[in-house]
Design a protein around this ligand. Structure first.
Ligand SMILES: *[C@@H]1O[C@H](CO)[C@@H](O)[C@H](O)[C@H]1NC(C)=O
Ligand SMILES: *[C@H]1O[C@H](CO)[C@@H](O)[C@H](O)[C@H]1NC(C)=O
Ligand SMILES: CC(=O)N[C@H]1CO[C@H](CO)[C@@H](O)[C@@H]1O
Length: 415
């Protein structure tokens, strides 16, 4: 135990020092507020990753597994410091839906049928769990504020699993939840079921929403989808938002490309080719048009950025055979054709100005809209990746609190 405390103390000290250093020398975009807190958070994450990499080097297991363990302990400590008495308003249970573990939050109030929501957490298909502090608290708040049954999916992660396993886990849980018998068991109104997720979970939610929309055997379908800074494509890592936020804190381009390569089971040494878009030089023009930001983004977001089209070494010519997931709509929902999009449910899409993923979300909003789907696109000029989950002490951010409240309001009005 003393060892753990020493590690935590050392990381806190390191973080503090680094935060001070960065505040002095490397300012964040001026629109972002509470910058010192963001630096501190970013440096804590980086310290955990550095320690985990050292543990991997010592032969103590994969660094992602080690990072997950450490963050869980840190969170457990914070939880003990902050846990308030539970009002007994919610019943929380861990069960399996068609073999997939899920955590269910049920309001204990009497009354008629209520809303339901399938939530898919983010974390680059490698981190996160419904039981994590931020996700657990988020689900509790959603459930309480909207008098709603929340089903949060504990899908399998990298390095133990890769695409399409997380997708298939989420799809199985979704189909089980949407069966009339299960909805009835939980008192959910079949006309009011949403699917929602953030980041990599936004990717999975969008893909699941498309699949269910196209599946004529499903008697109940999702009536809305709410996507929070979703990851929607892996063919262009030089959209204006990727260029503008390449070195942003919390999530930079390098980390996002790595998450993709891991998820799709590709060789991590190919990273630099992906930075230069060399992996998409052979993609059919009609597919590339579905993420052509020079046409899909407004001038304000295109700014002065130029498209990057790369020719690579011979190996990159065969990359689409080597990594078929790149063109798989179950992994990249933005690649779906208009006929698929037209069947998708009404959408809420939240994006942040200072996020590499901003343009994925903006382009998807535009394409859904052009396919005739009503879309509410909310973009936060002072937002950054992960802010939606940062609403509680000690890492509460004003923009996160605002974004969460807007999301709840939209669901209240549209679900
Ligand atoms: C990008 O993020 C990763 C993971 O947090 C970090 O290890 C790396 O140093 C970052 N790269 C830059 C250029 O900041
Ligand atoms: C989700 O991510 C995978 C892999 O990154 C990608 O292939 C797929 O197209 C994405 N799905 C959507 C709907 O964006
Ligand atoms: C591209 C886009 O959707 N931009 C919108 C961002 O939000 C402001 C107001 O919040 C809108 O005016 C923009 O059109």
């Amino acid at each position: 135990m003393w060892l753990l405390s020493a590690v935590i103390a050392a990381s806190l000290a390191a973080s503090l020092a680094a935060a001070v250093r960065f505040c002095l020398y490397k300012p964040l975009p001026a629109a972002i507020r509470q910058q010192w807190k963001l630096w501190l958070l970013d440096d804590m994450i980086k310290t955990v990753i550095r320690l985990a990499r050292a543990m991997e080097w010592l032969g103590l297991g994969h660094h992602i597994t080690a990072s997950r363990r450490t963050s869980k302990r840190l969170e457990g400590t914070v939880k003990k410091l902050t846990a308030g008495p539970d009002a007994g308003y919610l019943a929380v249970s861990d069960v399996a839906f068609d073999g997939v573990p899920v955590r269910i939050y049920q309001p204990q109030t009497e009354g008629q049928l209520r809303r339901g929501l399938l939530y898919i957490h983010g974390g680059g298909w490698a981190y996160g769990s419904p039981r994590d502090g931020a996700y657990d608290q988020g689900s509790r708040k959603m459930s309480k504020e909207l008098d709603m049954v929340v089903v949060s999916v504990d899908y399998r992660l990298y390095p133990e699993s890769r695409f399409p396993t997380p997708y298939l886990d989420c799809l199985a849980a979704a189909k089980h939840f949407l069966s009339p018998e299960v909805l009835a068991e939980y008192g959910v109104d079949p006309q009011r079921v949403a699917v929602s997720g953030d980041s990599a979970g936004g990717n999975l939610s969008a893909a699941i929403a498309q699949e269910i929309a196209m599946d004529d055997s499903m008697r109940v379908k999702f009536s809305v989808q709410a996507l929070i800074y979703p990851v929607l494509q892996a063919l262009d890592f030089n959209t204006p938002s990727y260029q503008q936020n390449r070195d942003m804190v919390i999530l930079n381009r390098s980390a996002m490309v790595q998450f993709w390569l891991q998820y799709l089971g590709a060789d991590l040494s190919l990273k630099s080719h992906f930075f230069a878009n060399q992996h998409s030089s052979n993609v059919a023009p009609e597919l590339m048009a579905r993420l052509d930001w020079t046409a899909l983004l407004r001038p304000k977001h295109r700014n002065d950025y130029l498209p990057v089209r790369g020719e690579g070494p011979r190996r990159m010519e065969r990359i689409l055979d080597e990594v078929p997931g790149l063109l798989d709509v179950r992994a990249a929902p933005l690649l779906a054709g208009p006929e698929v999009l037209a069947k998708c449910p009404r959408a809420y899409i939240m994006t942040c100005e200072h996020d590499v993923l901003r343009d994925d979300g903006l382009m998807y909003a535009r394409r859904l809209n052009e396919a005739g789907v009503p879309v509410t696109a909310e973009n936060y000029s002072d937002g950054f990746h992960a802010c939606f989950s940062l609403t509680m002490w000690p890492f509460a951010f004003d923009v996160g609190v605002r974004a969460f409240a807007d999301y709840v309001r939209w669901l209240r009005d549209n679900l």
